[in-house]
Design a binder for this molecule. Sequence first.
Ligand code: PMP
Length: 406
Amino acid sequence: MSNAPEGKASGGNAALAARWRGALMDNYGTPRLALTHGEGPRLWDADGKEYLDFVGGIAVSSLGTGHPAVVRAVSEQVARLGHVSNLYIAEPPVALAERLLGLAGRPGRAFFCNSGAEAVEAAFKIGRRTGRPHMVATEGGFHGRTMGALALTGQPAKQVGFGPLPGDVTHVPYGDAAALRAAVTERTALVIVEPVQGENGVVVPPEGYLAAVRDITRATGSLLVLDEVQTGIGRTGHWFAGQAAGVEPDVVTLAKGLAAGLPIGATLAFGPAADLLAPGGHGSTFGGNPVSCAAALAVLDTIESENLLQRVKDAGERLRDGIWGLGHPLVDRVRGAGLLLGIVLTEPRAPQVQQAAQDAGLLVNAVAPDVLRLAPPLIIGDAEVDAFLTALPGVLDIVDTSTGER
Ligand code: PMP
């Protein structure tokens, strides 16, 4: 099956952007590009221009576009049984829960919903069910835009104008175990941490941080929630980033890459935390819908059959070493894990570099003024990594470090 370019969409990028502006709410600002289709790690826009996809739908398109295993699983499932609601069960969500718990390697239970924020919201409600009032999260952390998830998010700019938020949340500096120890008490229901802060600019905590967080939460009987919405399901070269740190959380949140672009969120809970929402404590009409779950099962099968955890480690290393090896004056550092990488610039020129890259046929994401995030599909080949590395110096050169002008 091929998704070969079909030519221009009617009116192209500009026409679609104009319609978008008139019809959709303005919460995302100006659209960058109108995309029409893709194939593997490549995308095409409405003007017929081709791009190498190093955004991956923000770490969602784990198998690229149109992977045959996902197409087959989704087509078969939607034809057989597309929706059952939460009044009934079906095979795909049960099989997916079993698979995810098996990958975690511990007994537990899963709750399925439709997005990362909802997965965090369920974790928030599990926390409330402990009967403890207080929660601890990290400065710069991102957990989603629903009200509970927003209260845990440690980026005040995203909270402005939406108060009052659910209360009694303390934010502590990310990566600082001593600050966390001082904030967590026996009043603390949960501590929520990302293994790598994705939205905050791909920030990696110091070695041993997650293990220290585990020790601190265990000492007070507080739940440790690892928000693996961005880092989970192979993105860092492991099923769960927490496993690489040898940490066993009480709750894990997943979404993004789990179903390769179909909407899904999952909250896994282990030990006593697994029983806190029962009975009748929480729900979702679409959550665990068979089609998204079938797509997720196809993703897990493909990660195994195509040995993608190793591919992510190898491609991530090639990409990271290659970028650093350019020795470009605009590159200060490359950080991250697996195929979640941040190119930290010496100057806050990430938006200009993002535009220059787009002009050159590379999609990258200016996640912070001075950080470009790379989250390509996990199936990315050496040839695509090398094509990216060949094009990158010309893109970086377009931004003059002395003036910041293009
Ligand atoms: N948690 C983390 C760590 C995330 O990166 C995100 C999304 N960027 C979310 C939660 C929220 O996910 P969603 O946008 O699907 O609600």
